[in-house]
Design a protein around this ligand. Structure first.
Ligand SMILES: [Zn+2]
Length: 760
């Protein structure tokens, strides 16, 4: 016997519990003194509680007659998601005939009600032993524990117990009311007292054991028994029952799939307390203690992988987020509502596209060869998102490996990665064109700046092509993803205004304004973050991709969304997306940048995105931008056709250099988006706003005259209000021309080495 007790000692055990293991009934003077102090404190606390109760009661803030109905809790209904193949018009209620069922959020798997007499007594006892040892005696509230919990609040001690009885915990679980304010606490006490008057201990325990959160999205002991042990709850052994009850204190920390060692410690504690409280005889206790548990993790993974798509996961998360932010629910409660509330959710998914994307994104042929890497063994991770041009999400994948589970880490929406030069169009060029720092054919100088004017070595920044090309026209700078030009433009725009634009207008919520870390001040309000995308934390790929919609729809930003309507089980509308399209750049800027980004995918030397053209239709215009972060840790292509906006991110979870033969993301984009466009006729992007297409002089960047050497070489888009003058270098050899507009614009027109003053 002592041998076996010693064996138990390898387990971490709370000293308090271990102490009471050995009989020690001697009462010392010190203990008496401590008892007196505690007694006095308890009196004070009790008096405070009475005072609080009276105060609140007088203020009539609490309905002391309120009885929560346990019958309602039993109604557990399946939530269903729907999809449609018809266009979704924001703001119009879904026509049910147009929708079909996309996914059932299976409450059969997540919550199965069992009656009290089907639950083994040892499971009930396990809950009582660890959560509420006076459950069978009290009237809903354990006054001694309430006082001692209040005491612990002032004199924190290591304790295994909280202040709430099982009755109080049940009230929290079914009302979702987790507020810890004194008023709510008092309300909870009244509710608990009333509940105990209206229902039997068995009814309360039955509802409790059927509604507790037991991790991995399951609620109640029956579904937990199915999930963790592949059994009916009535077949659970004492050891298994204790392992399940151990989870409820914190379904993440004590999740037996993720942290079996934590679960084991608490399970051991439960068995110990059951024995100590006379709920388990010595022999059963020791046998249960030594029993090896076999959790059914593999079966769980196999089952999950067949059911949930990345999109369904994302919708689930977005609805929970909105229930929390719009209706004020607590997150766990919102989650349980979604699992069992019988909701109807109308999603924006294109199911055919989603199915295709999930299949194509695990197909080795989608992913170009990389130096020293092969798919899938050591290939980088990747995420891909497709949306319409106004924020409606249509398909996404959070990984390029087979999905093995539900609610997994989604690299499109959850990861924070460095955008590199994919940030340039939104952070730099949008504002530079909007504010007329440049026009289409501005001559810009690809030369470094000096960070420190006295230090000729402090040249900044480097280009990825490791040289400086001198004067070039703006389209060349964008096509080649030159670094020097955006840096100079951000100097003009100022990093602060670029930062605000990204954060406030384009929904990039991961930018860091100011953070002190290890004695260093970190901030994204600087040249490198705003011009070159070297951010403190990075971006969520989905947010960066979504920000490009302004170049595809004439300048509006709509926060991306994956559902339009959520109804409860009685058909009441509880959530509705009312997408707000905010104009963030002028239609003219949108057109010019859209056309500029189309040059990135032209088959011309140095264009970084040429391979993004759709393999199925080279005539379909693609406007887009590549992006590479420092050391080739992240690679991107974000692009759009007249039909869809999509983006590809590629990188290792723990960043490592990606060495390539051919830059992969545009190729992946082409391979994925080609089939998506198979039935789409070639179309052109619209032209928004008051713009005009003109031929410009490739030497001066001004509007070409018949005298310019290669008048047909360049064709660009210009705002009518910001048109460069006709070429002054070559014009006039044939005729004289007076141009009023030219004279007027000359004052602020930075057409030639417009930044020379900064760079002398
Ligand atoms: Zn000319």
């Amino acid at each position: 016997m002592s041998e076996r007790k010693k064996n138990r000692n390898w387990l971490p055990r709370r000293p308090k519990a271990e102490r009471s293991d050995t009989p020690k009934r001697g009462v010392t003077l010190a203990a008496v003194g401590r008892g007196v102090v505690i007694f006095i404190l308890i009196c004070i606390i009790a008096a405070s509680i009475v005072a609080a109760v009276l105060t609140v009661y007088v203020l009539e803030l609490i309905n002391t007659e309120e009885v929560i109905s346990l019958e309602d809790v039993k109604l557990s209904l399946t939530t269903i998601m729907y999809a449609t193949d018809k266009p979704i018009v924001p703001g119009t209620p879904p026509n049910e005939d147009d929708y079909y069922e996309l996914e059932r959020i299976q409450n059969v798997e997540n919550r199965i009600w069992v009656d009290y007499d089907q639950i083994p007594e040892h499971v009930v006892n396990a809950a009582i032993a660890i959560e509420d040892k006076r459950f069978r005696e009290h009237q809903g509230v354990d006054w001694a524990r309430t006082a001692s919990a209040a005491l612990n609040y002032f004199l924190p001690t290591d304790t295994l117990f909280g202040g709430s009885t099982i009755t109080q915990q049940l009230i929290k679980n079914v009302t979702g009311d987790n507020d810890v304010s004194p008023q709510r606490k008092v309300q909870e006490i009244f509710r608990a007292l009333n509940l105990e008057k209206a229902y039997s201990k068995e009814q309360i325990m039955e509802t409790y054991l059927n509604t507790i959160n037991l991790g991995n999205g399951v609620y109640g002991v029956q579904s937990a028994a199915n999930l963790y042990f592949g059994k009916d709850v009535s077949e659970l052994t004492v050891a298994e029952g204790a392992a399940i009850i151990a989870i409820t204190k914190n379904p993440t920390v004590y999740n037996p799939f993720r942290y079996p060692e934590n679960n084991r410690v608490r399970q051991g504690d439960i068995l110990y307390f059951m024995h100590e409280q006379g709920l388990l005889d010595e022999q059963t206790y020791l046998a249960a203690y030594d029993e090896e548990l076999a959790f059914k993790k593999e079966e769980y993974i196999a089952r999950q992988s067949t059911t949930r798509s990345w999109f369904v996961d994302y919708v689930f998360g977005e609805v929970v987020e909105d229930l929390v932010s719009e209706l004020g629910y607590e997150e766990n409660y919102a989650t349980s509502l979604l699992l069992s509330g019988g909701y109807r959710i109308y999603t924006t998914v294109d199911k055919e596209m989603q199915d295709y994307l999930e299949k194509a994104y695990t197909n080795p042929e989608t992913f170009p060869a990389l130096v020293g890497r092969s798919y899938p063994d050591d290939y980088p991770e990747s995420a891909f998102v497709v949306m319409d041009l106004n924020g409606q999400l249509r398909a996404m994948v959070g990984s390029n490996r087979t999905k093995e589970g539900a609610l997994l880490f989604n690299r499109a929406s959850d990861a924070m990665r460095q955008p590199g030069s994919a940030i340039k169009p939104v952070a730099t060029y949008a504002l530079a064109l909007e504010e007329n720092w440049v026009h289409w054919s501005s001559v810009v100088d690809d030369n470094p700046i000096l960070l420190d004017e006295d230090d000729p070595e402090s040249i900044y920044p480097l280009n990825h092509y490791r040289s400086y090309l001198g004067n070039m026209l703006l389209p060349t700078a964008i096509q080649r993803s030159t670094n020097t030009i955006p840096v100079k433009l951000i100097q003009q725009i100022t990093p602060r205004r670029s930062f605000n634009f990204m954060r406030d207008k384009l929904g990039i919520d991961t930018l860091v304004e100011r953070r002190v870390s290890g004695g260093q001040v970190l901030s994204d309000i600087d040249l490198a973050p705003m011009a070159l995308g070297g951010l403190t934390d990075g971006v969520h790929p989905l947010q960066l991709i979504a920000s490009y919609q302004i170049f595809g729809n004439g300048g509006y930003y709509t926060k991306p969304y994956s559902y339009t309507h959520v109804y409860d089980n009685e058909g009441n509308l509880i959530l509705e997306k009312r997408p707000v399209a905010t104009r963030v750049i002028s239609p003219e800027t949108a057109t010019i940048l859209n056309q500029l980004l189309q040059t990135v995918t032209q088959p011309i030397p140095g264009a970084t995105g040429a391979s993004a053209r759709l393999q199925t239709n080279y005539m379909m215009p693609v406007a887009g931008k590549t992006g590479t972060s420092d050391n080739d840790h992240d690679q991107w292509f974000i692009g759009m056709t007249p039909y869809y906006l999509a983006g590809c991110w590629l990188g290792f979870d723990i960043p490592e250099r990606i060495v390539y033969y051919n830059y992969a993301p545009p190729i992946i984009f082409s391979r994925i988006m080609g089939p998506i466009h198979y039935d789409k006729p070639t179309a052109a992007f619209p032209i928004w706003g008051n713009v005009e297409q003109k031929t410009y002089c490739t030497e001066t960047g001004m509007i070409a005259t018949p005298d310019c050497p290669h008048p047909s070489a360049g064709s660009g888009w210009y705002k009518l209000t910001y048109m460069p003058p006709t070429c002054t270098l070559h014009a006039g050899t044939l005729f004289e021309e007076e141009n009023e507009t030219e004279e007027e614009d000359d004052g602020n027109f930075p057409f030639y080495n417009w930044y020379d003053e900064d760079n002398d």
